[in-house]
Ligand binder design. Structure first.
Ligand SMILES: Nc1nc2c(ncn2[C@@H]2O[C@H](COP(=O)(O)OP(=O)(O)OP(=O)(O)O)[C@@H](O)[C@H]2O)c(=O)[nH]1
Ligand SMILES: [Mg+2]
Length: 302
């Protein structure tokens, strides 16, 4: 995991350690090293437009740092601190479970959004598992009434977890299905409604209308955009597309366990203005971790 970006930062640390063997690091020296490494960073999925903010944060920690016999492991520690500061910008204030509990809202409605294949359905199962463990009663709703197999996949997760499952007929209006599910959940005294939506392509105009309608009709308390770490810079496009067309409140970043490059979390930390609440770290129900800057940096830099 993250071999690529780890190598890049190690390289930066080595180069810096060379430059500052006897004096403190200047901004010009840091800039030179950073410029040399720009391409490698971009190849590790750090978006080009995220580079200035990354440089600024490194500058704060490294320029003027005076360490006798500056060695690369010390530089690495400073780089770690800089990355923690950047990534902490998108840390959630509290765990989703606590947020739901303290909201006092019942049922708390969450709509999951995202392009096809990013891991929405799997993530919903993981969130349901988390809620169950916290003693809450979730219901899973299939508002993807279009794709063959979408409902079955969700139904199977619900059955395995022992969570109620709600679906409409194939081809039914997803917004109506979601609304019915909310009415059902209210009657049954359930705590959280988890609505799965159709993926397809993010340039699909009909889908956007469909998602907007779901949001308009069920008025979710939270809209979670699911992004896939493996899609690298495409995830930036996805979040901008969803931001301007549907809107979202928080992100879950999936497939961190399978990500060899590692820059996606860093890019999102710089450019996202919403919290990343969890990261997906595998295919099992327990493979959903709270997003914490220190933990992410440990994963990235080892
Ligand atoms: N390694 C790994 N695989 C994951 C993770 N999350 C999801 N997956 C896998 O990614 C694939 C797609 O996941 P789905 O949950 O079906 O994705 P989706 O967004 O619901 O897809 P559509 O319904 O087609 O839009 C599945 O094989 C999942 O097991 C994760 O955190 N790590
Ligand atoms: Mg799905």
């Amino acid at each position: 995991m993250f071999k690529k970006i780890r190598g890049v930062f190690q390289n930066i640390a080595n180069k810096i350690a060379d430059v500052v063997s006897k004096k403190e690091l200047t901004e010009e020296e840091l800039k030179k090293v950073f410029d040399e490494m720009e391409l490698s960073l971009v190849e590790s999925d750090v978006a080009y437009e995220a580079l200035p903010a990354l440089f600024d944060e490194l500058k704060k920690k490294l320029v003027g740092a005076k360490v006798s016999r500056f060695d690369s492991s010390e530089v690495m520690e400073l780089i770690k601190e800089a990355l923690v500061d950047i990534i902490a910008r998108v840390e959630p204030k509290e765990d989703l479970v606590d947020l739901i509990r303290s909201s006092g809202v019942r049922p708390f409605i969450i709509v999951f959004l995202g392009v096809n294949g990013v891991g929405k359905t799997t993530t919903i199962a993981k969130v349901a598992n988390k809620l169950l463990k916290a003693g809450m009663k979730p219901i899973i709703v299939a508002a993807d009434t279009f794709r063959a197999g979408a409902q079955e996949q969700l139904a199977l997760h619900a059955e395995r977890l022992g969570v109620p499952f709600f679906k409409g007929k194939y081809g039914a209006d997803p917004a109506a299905v979601a609304k019915d599910a909310v009415i059902y959940a209210t009657k049954k005294g359930l705590d959280v409604v988890l609505v799965d939506t159709a993926g397809r392509m993010h340039v699909d105009v009909d889908l956007v209308e469909e998602l907007r309608k779901v949001v308009r009709v069920v008025k979710p308390h939270m809209r979670i955009l699911v992004l896939d770490a493996l899609t690298g810079n495409d995830s930036l496009e996805q979040l901008r597309y969803f931001d301007s067309n549907v809107g979202f409140d928080a992100v879950i970043l999936t497939k961190m366990d399978a990500d060899a490059r590692g820059g996606c979390a860093l890019t999102l930390s710089v450019l996202l203005r919403k919290p990343i609440i969890y990261v997906g770290t595998g295919q099992g129900y327990d493979d959903l971790e709270l997003f914490r800057a220190k933990m992410i940096v440990e994963k990235i830099l080892g």
